[in-house]
Design a protein around this ligand. Sequence first.
Ligand code: ATP
Length: 197
Amino acid sequence: MRLKHLEINGFKSFAKKTSLEFENNIISIVGPNGSGKSNVVEAFRFVLGEQSMKSMRGKGGIDMIFKGSKHIPKGSRASVSIYLDNSDKVFKLTNEAGEYVPLSFDTVSISREVYPDGVNKYILNNSEVRLRDIHQLLSSVNIGTGGHHIISQGEADRILNSSPKDLREIIQGALGLEVYQYRIKESVRKLERTGEN
Ligand code: ATP
């Protein structure tokens, strides 16, 4: 599994479609203060399904959309796509029976769009999916929502100083245990529904 490519369109300061290719294992993005380096990091968070707008320096979905400038009108949506190599077929989804199903695509693409009314769309290889599917897919390759995979400015401190509960979540994310947490939640929901019936 390898990050190949990121496409940002109308997200924050990226008014126009911008593509970043990740051809080497280590990539640096450099630029003057305020040029949008952190916006790139936030684009990663966004497309991976981040729900905390605060962690992307916004209050709502609308803050993710290009606000317009002197020469370019404001955007009608923000969209970010990430392309990951899946030639070794590591990405998996879980079917109704709870079994893992490997994704057959050689490249897995995940896109997220947000509209001014705050509605979000998640797209997996051209098919609209639920956020839950994205979470499940990512946890199959040990990318959790705990955030250990993206360490932003000042965040090493946050990890070192985090509470035992938060630390536990970070470690669980790194170990790929989140998929089991989802399954527990889902099973509890099913039991509740059965109880109601
Ligand atoms: P530093 O080196 O200071 O951390 P940086 O290169 O990481 O800066 P960012 O913080 O990513 O830069 O970018 C901030 C810029 O993005 C600001 O100029 C801000 O106005 C712009 N910006 C943020 N959200 C939007 C938006 N929705 N529409 C247009 N521009 C935006």
